[in-house]
Design a protein around this ligand. Structure first.
Ligand SMILES: Nc1ncnc2c1ncn2[C@@H]1O[C@H](COP(=O)(O)OP(=O)(O)OP(=O)(O)O)[C@@H](O)[C@H]1O
Ligand SMILES: [Mg+2]
Length: 272
């Protein structure tokens, strides 16, 4: 029997149909100023499905941002392969939108003109970009703020504008590196709920880096737990919590059990 028709191979294929993001044996080594080496990522293997929401959790320095930069085509690994929709990643792709901890809006551009910036970079039609920019600002709750300037916005509003900007060119993948790290706890919770709403309505594939166990668990279908020195995947945790998610889920026993499990993996001594 050919190997690919073996019953186990068929079952595995049904369980994991063509991964949308596929990292195979990814290794990233950096040289330090003193001539040493830092293994930022060591043999990282990860498959993410189209439309999946994956959180990445791990201590500082375990390679989370490095991983995001590699998926986003902003860095190429020392060895290993990254594919998006079957194609090797060789540079930034229009399939990807990125959101960082600081939204880095241009102070001299209005909210709408910040959001439509990718259209200028990608040379997309201006009128259509403006229409889409307005729609997206509605979606993230900033419909009233299109003509304001970044200094007139709260941190949460700026981050919403950053999300709208990342979605402008309709990427299939949203890479978010600690997007809510600079926000207060209450704003952070409401941003999480809003992100889930956007994710459910746009069917994007989301990779979301956070230091918060609760946030990782609340949002995701799976939580990738990383460890440091060398940076690697320690465990991939399937989240069995029902959707749609509401904040009262965090008060349930099943949520606490899963969170405790993740905290043990992280070796954390305190909750968050
Ligand atoms: N361009 C670079 N040159 C040298 N070393 C680097 C570079 N980028 C990252 N590193 C090192 O690689 C390791 C992983 O860094 P990375 O920024 O990916 O960690 P992280 O998990 O995102 O951390 P944090 O939670 O603090 O953001 C660290 O030891 C860091 O010092
Ligand atoms: Mg980082």
């Amino acid at each position: 029997m050919p190997a690919d028709l073996h019953p186990e191979a068929v079952t595995a294929a049904v369980r994991n149909p063509d991964p949308f993001i596929d990292l195979g044996h990814v290794r990233q080594v950096f040289r330090t100023q003193s001539g040493g080496e830092v293994v930022a990522l060591d043999d990282v293997n990860l498959q993410i499905r189209d439309g999946e929401f994956v959180s990445v959790l791990g201590p500082s320095g375990c390679g989370k941002s490095t991983l995001m930069r590699i998926i986003g085509g902003l860095a190429s690994p020392t060895s290993g392969e990254t594919r998006i929709d079957g194609e090797p990643v060789s540079g930034p792709s229009p399939l990807v939108g990125m959101v960082f901890q600081q939204p880095a809006l241009f102070p001299w551009r209005s909210v709408l003109r910040n959001v439509t910036l990718p259209a200028e970079v990608l040379k997309l039609p201006k009128k259509a970009a403006e229409e889409r920019g307005k729609e997206l600002l509605e979606t993230v709750g900033l419909g009233h703020a299109t003509h304001l300037y970044p200094y007139e916005l709260s941190g949460g509003m700026q981050q919403r504008a950053g999300i709208a900007r990342a979605l402008l060119h309709d990427p299939k993948i949203l890479l978010m590196d600690e997007p809510f790290g600079a926000l207060d706890a209450l704003t952070r919770e409401s941003m999480g709920l809003e992100l889930l709403r956007v994710w459910e309505s746009t069917k994007k594939t989301v990779v979301f880096v956070t230091h918060s166990v609760n946030e990782a668990l609340f949002l995701a279908d799976r939580v990738v737990v990383m460890a440091a020195r060398p940076g690697r995947i320690a465990e991939v945790h399937e989240v069995a919590l029902p959707r749609p998610r509401t904040l009262d889920l965090m008060a349930t026993a099943e949520f606490s059990q899963a969170a405790d499990h993740l905290r043990q993996l992280l070796g954390a001594k305190t909750g968050d």
